[in-house]
Design a protein around this ligand. Sequence first.
Ligand SMILES: Cc1cc2nc3c(=O)[nH]c(=O)nc-3n(C[C@H](O)[C@H](O)[C@H](O)COP(=O)(O)OP(=O)(O)OC[C@H]3O[C@@H](n4cnc5c(N)ncnc54)[C@H](O)[C@@H]3O)c2cc1C
Length: 392
Amino acid sequence: MALKHTEIAVIGGGIIGCAVAYYTAKLGYDVTIIEKNELASGTSSHCDGNILAIDKDPGFDSQMSLKSQELVLALTGELPMAFEYRKPGSILVCETEDEMQAAERWVNLQKEAGLPFRMLDRSDLREESKYLADDLHGGLECASDSTVNPYLLTYALYEGARRYGAELLNHTTVTGMHYDNEQYTIETDQHTFTAKYVVNCGGVWAPRIGRMLDLDIPIHPRKGHILVASRQVPVSPRKVMEFGYLISKFGGKRHVDEATEKYGVALVFEPTQSQNFLLGSSREFTGFDTSVDWDVVKSIARRCMRFYPKLSDMSLIRMYAGMRPWTEDHLPIVSKVDEYPGYYIAAGHEGDGISLAAITGKIISEMINEDPTSIETEPLRYERFNQKGVRV
Ligand SMILES: Cc1cc2nc3c(=O)[nH]c(=O)nc-3n(C[C@H](O)[C@H](O)[C@H](O)COP(=O)(O)OP(=O)(O)OC[C@H]3O[C@@H](n4cnc5c(N)ncnc54)[C@H](O)[C@@H]3O)c2cc1C
């Protein structure tokens, strides 16, 4: 098999790999993306497209999102392809007074951190959409939230990287790796590569790629379903989630029926640019399984109709499930690896990889280039799992 050399081997052509390729190629590095299928064939085409701060933990998590939102706005002018960018803000709606009180605490914390949050009352919701259920108590808004087509953004990032000289090898599976004489030898089913730097952007498969060097990367697949409803009436102009989504995401206890709790279902409503509606979603640990489960689909449909009764008149075009790359502390791993100079991990973004792709690509490029990073990176270090003993 042919031996090829590249300065940076990016393993995985999802949104994270393409963002890493874009920002490193832009700095002048010789970059090759190695992808076992097609670009965006993994989680990055089985998801929604929200670039959100509204659902991020106040503090580091939301600051990182804010920075990424700024970078995505800049990408609209930098990348050679459009990716359906819009910035309508997003809202969370509350079913009870308890949720309203929790929402108020959430808004105050985010406002203190400088984010554009505000509370919404019943009349604000009525103005938002006449199709929202009448009994909702209110909600909250984050004005900086934006949305993209994640599939197109992945391709746009790649196209940007390609124009800076990056190469893509599709249908090329990385099968083995070793480190010797300050360089990596990467075995694939097509070629053998040598590389000075390796960036593991394998999403839920990052642990398998890590094991090739005996690294234990604690990322697990967390399945999520999405239903696509056809356009019929303009149900809501922008992203709407229920407050309980935060509880599902961060693992708290909700007061909902058994199926909703069991499948981790919470309303996520997203109008696409073409005004079809993405309806979600669920959160389950079921291994590497992306088959559609009808019980989960029914549970999501019921939950969406509770918030938007009008949806009961609308038809579904299709449904799909993807695997979120989950870590125990809900933060991705964007990090060098101390034992292997030149080896980086950019994976584990759970439900936030579209939101955080830009900042992830940017800080990996800064780390490789030994520049100061755009945000603090200590909370994203791979070694944090060893230190806290939270390896799972
Ligand atoms: C239902 C659902 C809704 C979501 N909604 C949102 C949202 O609104 N906003 C948001 O920010 N995030 C959202 N997410 C999360 C987001 O989709 C992910 O965090 C993101 O797509 C992860 O991107 P990635 O590049 O790390 O992984 P992937 O897109 O999975 O890319 C990894 C790539 O690595 C390749 N690969 C694996 N092993 C090898 C190998 N050995 N050799 C070569 N290639 C390999 C795979 O083929 C794959 O293409 C959602 C996820 C789901 C499931």
